[in-house]
Design a binder for this molecule. Sequence first.
Ligand code: SAM
Length: 290
Amino acid sequence: MTRPQWCSETIIPSVRMSYKASRILARVKTAYQKAVVFENESFGRVLMLDDAVQTSTADEFVYHEMLAHVPLFTHAGAADVLIIGGGDCGLADEVLKHEAVRSVTQVEIDAKVTELAREYFADINGSVFSDPRFELHHGDGAAFVRTTEKSFDVALIDSTDPVGPGRVLFEPEFYAAVRKRLKPGGVLVVQAGVPFLQKHSFSMAIRNLASTFAVVECYLLTSPTYFGGHMALGWASESLKPDSVSLETLMERHAASGLKTRYYTPQVHKAAFALPPYIGEMLARAKEAR
Ligand code: SAM
């Protein structure tokens, strides 16, 4: 009998999460990171980069629906969307479900990750690559934002944690460069970590967003893949406030879109901005520290 293989993620130095891999599908060293794709009985197919879980086919809908639909149903008229990172392409799949979206520009640093995503994660990104609205660039997202002349209604940062190549995507210079590329009324949403376990990542993201944007908030989701309690997404805009749209309007927009969602609903959208005090206080402190 072969011994089970375990793939472990060290979430912080004192906490490790292990997944029993029923099958390892790929294990490669890319130019930027170590990538592993494996199968797990509860999570389905899982992508790990540098020993950190990025996505799983069983629960990706939670994170991808909340990262895409909360800003897109709030903005409503978004036509041009920028995605930085997002190598598994599950986020682009959700964004492209919005008919008003006419272009999705995605900048992923690691071509090998998108190659693995095409090969092993077609269940979550199947329709993306043949969609004429989708434009994929391989390169550093920070460099792209500094040099592009395009403008966007919504920018989504689907990054790894602030170590390795993802570090620049949490810096104030990067957020300032994104701000210049947003159209009036535009909004930026960023992956801001799990506040309970990743206090530093969360506070850094919020502090740096607050040093750049007039409106900074955060909202929450609970995804088994991102272990340790609620995961936070940071919201930043010059003018678009998340509470500027009523529940009734969100319900109308959601119904008109015909989208079938498994985590997102207009009620979940609204509730996601209600913060437990321990997170609300961290948010307030990080905003004050800007
Ligand atoms: N949802 C995931 C999470 O929070 O764990 C993130 C998923 S997505 C796979 C993260 C992607 O960001 C990776 O494919 C990684 O290669 C990419 N990435 C990291 N740094 C980047 C950079 N500077 N520019 C563009 N993409 C970057």
